[in-house]
Design a binder for this molecule. Structure first.
Ligand SMILES: [Zn+2]
Length: 287
């Protein structure tokens, strides 16, 4: 039965890193990591976004030192036809009509375009926003945060999700085994669940979406590639430098691996996995 939810996956710019950072077998050749955005149409709550991708505000914010160190460490590319507003317009969506933006966490590649959505409620974990505001500023930059990307007035529009993660993911998905991942029903209608995914960044949230025949599980940066789940590949220790809490990151990754192997009707979508994103981008609205 149709439930009124549909999802379109977009790529809004990408950055490059040596491949070995995410998979030791890949060598030093630079590899592209797309910044994905999910556009979600909800039958009652209108258009939601999960993250926003890159934006020209990233280049403005990193024009000077010390912020420039971020752009040097993470070279970013954004073609003009990838701009989020233009891509939404091609889907007949005016940016003013986006009513909710879920921010998985506050790394620049996830929030850079948030200033385009001044009418939207922003959903996030308060620990994530606290990291964006952390001082000294060099510490924040080293951890992947550029506070310039979230205007102060928009910080007032944040709806915080810290409590209420009381539903076990394995119960929602009707799995045979207990999975130690916890979710919160965003609108109380069993269609969209925020999922607590600690470790990579403070207060990181994923989003589990109920489609007609299957589930879509947006993982943010809980892992960078589907290989990390499917094949048990671990990212290079250098890639862990940015981690907020390495122990929590590994624990989250391990339960996601259990979930991946136990759940046959769930499509797992790491935010920067081109293998996963490439076919999804080509598809029309997922229902
Ligand atoms: Zn991140």
């Amino acid at each position: 039965m149709p439930n009124g939810i549909s999802v379109k996956m977009l790529e809004v710019g990408h950055c490059t890193h040596p491949g070995f950072m995410v998979n030791p077998k890949l060598g030093i050749k630079p590899r592209a990591f797309p910044a994905s955005v999910a556009v979600i149409r909800h039958p009652e709550h209108g258009v939601l976004l999960f993250d926003t991708g890159y934006h020209h505000s990233f280049f403005d914010a990193t024009a000077q030192f010390p912020q420039k160190c971020y752009a040097i460490a993470t070279p970013c590319h954004l073609h003009h036809d990838e701009h989020i507003v233009g891509q939404l317009a091609s889907l007949a969506i005016d940016k003013e009509t986006v009513s909710h933006v879920v921010l998985s966490h506050f790394h620049a590649d996830h929030i850079a375009a948030v200033r385009e959505f001044t009418h939207a409620q922003l959903h996030c974990h308060p620990a994530g926003l606290a990291q964006l505001r952390r001082k000294p500023v060099f510490q924040a930059i080293r951890r992947g945060y550029l506070s310039e990307l979230l205007p102060a007035e928009q910080q007032q529009q944040c709806v915080f999700h810290q409590d209420g993660f009381t539903q076990r993911l394995s119960e929602i998905l009707a799995l045979d085994i207990d999975i130690d991942l916890w979710a919160k029903d965003l609108f109380g209608d069993q269609l969209l669940y925020l999922v607590d995914l600690p470790g990579h960044a403070a207060g990181q949230l994923g989003l589990l979406i109920r489609l007609e025949q299957q589930w879509l599980f947006l993982l943010a940066d809980a892992c960078w590639l589907v290989d990390n789940l499917r094949d048990g590949v671990n990212q290079h220790w250098l890639a862990n430098i940015i981690c907020d809490d390495r122990k929590a990151y590994k624990a989250t990754l391990n339960v996601l691996r259990q979930c991946y192997h136990a759940a046959s009707n769930v499509l797992f979508v790491p935010a920067h996995c081109s293998e996963t994103l490439a076919p999804l981008k080509q598809q029309d609205w997922l229902r």
